[in-house]
Design a protein around this ligand. Structure first.
Ligand code: ZN
Ligand code: ZN
Length: 165
């Protein structure tokens, strides 16, 4: 559904999934609306670099309260929904992008909980989180860029990856 937002722009609404990380949501919103980082930044009134920072959890930058209010108007979701996607504590993040293939097979999103330092196993599936493609060893891209849901090098779908033993 396309609606005008408070900015007078036409945007496709993108509903966040439970547990989805902020970076993954930003990527989905940008693709749904054909927005580059720069063009999203213009709508929000920040620099393109800042959008890149928000999509890169290891840079430990999160939006201010004022920016969250602007984003929530643009996205058409509440600031509470937005806040839930942010890292609980940006200082205790695992720096490599990680994945539970079994979770991804159920819901194709990057989950916020996988970013937490100290979490190494998916609680639901009792399987170690992957830090790289088990077939070719390539690191995962930033969740904001998970458009195809597969390894960017060998194209093995995330949902078919086997946990490392
Ligand atoms: Zn899982
Ligand atoms: Zn691969």
């Amino acid at each position: 559904m396309k609606q005008t937002d408070a900015f007078g722009e036409w945007v496709f609404r993108v509903e966040p999934y439970d547990g989805e990380s902020f970076g993954h949501y930003l990527g989905r919103f940008r693709r749904a609306n054909c927005l580059s980082r720069h063009s999203l930044a213009e709508l929000v009134g920040v620099t393109g670099v800042m959008i890149g920072d928000w999509e890169t959890p290891s840079r430990r930058r999160t939006p201010t309260a004022k920016q969250l209010a602007t984003l929530s108007q643009l996205f058409g979701i509440t600031t509470e929904q937005l806040t839930q996607m942010l890292p609980c504590d940006p200082l205790v993040l695992n720096l490599r992008t990680r994945l539970c293939p079994a979770c991804y097979a159920q819901v194709p999103i990057h989950q916020k909980v996988w970013q937490q330092a100290g979490v190494h196993v998916c609680e639901l599936h009792q399987q170690p989180l992957l830090t790289a493609c088990p077939a070719c060893g390539t690191d995962f891209r930033l969740p904001a860029l998970w458009e195809h849901g597969c390894c960017e090098y060998c194209w093995l779908p995330f949902s078919q990856m086997k946990p490392a033993l």
